[in-house]
Design a protein around this ligand. Sequence first.
Ligand SMILES: Cc1cc2nc3c(=O)[nH]c(=O)nc-3n(C[C@H](O)[C@H](O)[C@H](O)COP(=O)(O)O)c2cc1C
Length: 342
Amino acid sequence: MNLPKLSIAPMIDYTGRPFRAFMRQLTRHTLFYTEMISAYAVLFGDRDKHLRFEEWTHPIALQLGGDDPEELARAASIAMAYGYDEVNLNCGCPSERVQSGHFGAALMANPERVRDCIQALSEATDRPVTVKHRIGIAPHDSYDDLLRFVLKVAEAPCQRFIIHARSAVLQNLNPKQNRQTPLRRELVFQLKREHPELTIELNGNISTLDEASEILKQADGAMIGRAAFQNAYLFAEADQKIFGDPSPIKTRAEAVNVYLPFVEEELRSGASITFLLKPLHSLCNGLTYAKQWRMRVSTAKTLGDIEDAVRFLNSKAQETPEGCAVQTSGSGSDAEKVEVQG
Ligand SMILES: Cc1cc2nc3c(=O)[nH]c(=O)nc-3n(C[C@H](O)[C@H](O)[C@H](O)COP(=O)(O)O)c2cc1C
């Protein structure tokens, strides 16, 4: 796999199979992350449910949560047989539930342990092993703290450091509040400048592709989180703008149309239509008919209802040419209500 210049962040309750299947209709090259899956769930849970994915949705990175090198390695050997392109260790999640398992951001307090986890993961797979983490855990969140963590982990074959450019506050702040602590991108750029030998990717509040392009001048990769579900169509231009692929950009209606066979198949195997259509909610955000669209997809009961919704899209697109990458402040959806995340 080439270095993924642009990726969509792991997001629990969002970046499951339907989301990835739909987003893949908009962008061929962007790397997608799974939701975080704990090593324990891989070892003792319903593996197929957690791990299977559609061949045509590559490239996909699996994010694992855990703090035990041996357990992570066993989970990775099982999981990587499903064909993931990368395995990533979560060292950024501040939720209490994750802390009680001693993983996520809490792991940053123990860089030696993270190094050992990365070492064990690299021995369990021939795919790249990466880590996603914060600047530090407040109050240990200076540039020197970040550097110490990264250099220690780099003693293992860690192929990429994906840094959510904020510190984690482990007491008294929930995950949502932990995404509102000050953004400190400068520290990530400094790390890349001073250690060009490391592959460094930046995450945190990137909401347009132009912003991602700017970040790519100072870092090796840009990871987008919430903007991907607040404004899915942002990614329609990603192949052209970020990866230099001149393939034509799909219209919204085209993207939904090519997603429908997946929906049909999943409905046949008993999946809920609400779950399958969730990735479509933000498709028209920023356009005058965004609310009408959202209403149609959130009340759709059958495949026929979605086909009607596509006809609606086509008729609207004829009235007003579609715009790409409309900047929105979010759909006002349930974007922020999940409490277990990074
Ligand atoms: C709903 C939600 C779920 C998340 N779940 C995860 C997760 O499973 N693993 C992880 O490392 N980070 C998780 N995060 C954090 C994101 O990956 C990302 O680091 C964070 O949202 C900052 O990026 P953004 O400002 O572009 O959204 C989650 C964030 C949100 C909003």
